[in-house]
Design a protein around this ligand. Structure first.
Ligand SMILES: Cc1cc2nc3c(=O)[nH]c(=O)nc-3n(C[C@H](O)[C@H](O)[C@H](O)COP(=O)(O)OP(=O)(O)OC[C@H]3O[C@@H](n4cnc5c(N)ncnc54)[C@H](O)[C@@H]3O)c2cc1C
Length: 381
């Protein structure tokens, strides 16, 4: 669990240091403040954590999905919400790099890799979540330009975002084929921020919304043309699901280690809590779930890295890891007694995050939709 082995990637070591020294020290304060501070991204960048998926040729760390998810597991041991803030930011840097569009690379990528500009991904709307193709924010042609109108909801990094990857409908009768993606400056005329939401927890992520009111956008701001954008958004979904699963593995690792440490030193009825078989079996079940979640995540990430179709594997990993993280964290809290509820330990924060993870990048039921679609092909005689 401790990335100190000599063959550990330098970025995993940097992530471990950043997690222990920066995230661990501030996670509760960020949750109370409603967001990470802007400097969080600059500090992360100093540890090379804002360039994880960008190829070496463009100045990035060039990690594959396996490397990326290992970093996420390490960071999420301390706080999933702030780790996810970095995931969203890194995913957008990767999308900009992949687009190969020089003006976007020049305008945004370098500043984002330094943590000076912060990215957000705007797909979900007040009226369209799981059914993302049903978005109703519109982009209408006006000469060479476009006019955007509509609302986006549940946007990670909404509090600080400077660079917005916005998905819009260009032709209401075309469904997913009419969806285009633009890359916009959050401060441009016609864009306004909705204040961050008051949630169960996970406030470090600064989740909120945006409104677009007659926002005039040049055609050059297109990141993905109609017909390409929805495919591009879905292109990254398996990676995103592996990322959520990997973060849940980090939550489980931390919960288990806190519970083992605590029950190893607290006594009741003249014995250590950890010596009671009832406690041991709860923790043994957590360990099995953790190993299984890690294995499913590794299967899915290896498939992506080898160019295979990871749709089914990523759905299994995301569903299993998010479900078991929620159970594992609550079970570890239980064996710690009342102390498990205390914010002096990270488990309360991790429980909130485990619930949140069940919605990120497709809710649990949507993973089941994906899995159910392939049941016959995989299991029928
Ligand atoms: C903290 C947080 C951060 C987020 N960050 C972002 C972000 O940065 N960018 C972004 O675009 N979005 C973001 N989201 C939105 C997220 O992707 C959506 O919440 C998710 O897709 C689910 O959509 P919904 O909440 O509208 O639920 P709905 O779509 O309204 O679904 C409600 C319930 O019905 C179930 N359901 C829906 N369809 C089916 C079906 N066919 N069969 C069975 N059950 C079904 C769902 O699983 C869910 O349980 C974020 C969400 C959260 C909570």
């Amino acid at each position: 669990m401790n990335p100190t082995a000599s063959d550990t990637h330098p970025i995993e070591k940097a992530a471990d240091e950043f997690g222990r020294n920066v995230i661990e020290a501030h996670a509760e304060q960020w949750n109370s403040n409603g967001t990470v501070p802007r400097e969080f991204f600059q500090q992360a960048a100093e540890h090379n954590l804002c360039r994880l998926l960008v190829p070496h040729e463009l100045g990035g760390a060039g990690l594959d999905v396996g490397g990326f998810t290992r970093v996420l597991t390490i960071l999420a041991r301390h706080c999933l919400a702030s780790t996810f803030a970095l995931v969203v930011h890194n995913n957008l840097t990767a999308a900009i790099a992949r687009s190969g569009i020089e003006r976007h690379i020049d305008s945004y990528l370098q500043a984002m890799m330094k943590g000076e500009k912060i990215g957000a991904f705007l797909l979900t709307e007040p009226g369209a979540g799981s059914d993302a193709a049903a978005i109703s924010t519109t982009a209408r042609r006006q000469g060479d330009d476009w006019i955007l109108n509509g609302s986006k909801a549940w946007i990670s990094n909404a509090v600080h975002a400077d660079v917005l990857s916005v998905y819009v409908q260009t032709n209401e009768s075309s469904g997913a084929r009419g969806i285009a993606g633009f890359l916009l400056d959050a401060e441009m005329a016609g864009v306004s921020r909705v204040p961050p939401y008051d949630l169960l927890g996970g406030h470090a992520l600064g989740t909120g919304g945006f409104q677009f009111n007659d926002c005039l956008v040049a055609n050059g701001a297109l990141l993905a043309a109609p017909g390409e954008a929805f495919k591009a958004a879905m292109h990254g979904i398996n990676l995103a699901r592996c990322g959520v699963a990997a973060m849940c593995v980090g939550l489980m690792q931390r919960a288990l280690s806190e519970a083992i440490n605590y029950t190893g030193q607290r006594t009741a009825f003249g014995a250590q809590l950890g010596d009671f078989q009832g406690v041991q079996w709860i923790l043994a079940d957590c360990a099995t779930d953790l190993e299984a979640a890690q294995a499913l995540t590794a299967i899915a990430t290896r498939l992506i890295d080898s160019g295979g179709d990871a749709t089914l594997a990523a759905a299994h990993a995301k569903k299993f890891a998010t479900r078991t993280a929620f159970k594992c964290v609550t079970d570890c809290m239980q064996v710690m007694g009342a102390a498990g509820l205390s914010r002096s330990y990270p488990l309360a924060r991790h429980l909130e995050a485990a619930k949140m993870a069940q919605y990120l990048d497709g809710a649990t039921e949507i993973q089941n939709v994906v899995i159910a679609r392939q049941l016959k092909a995989v299991y029928a005689d």
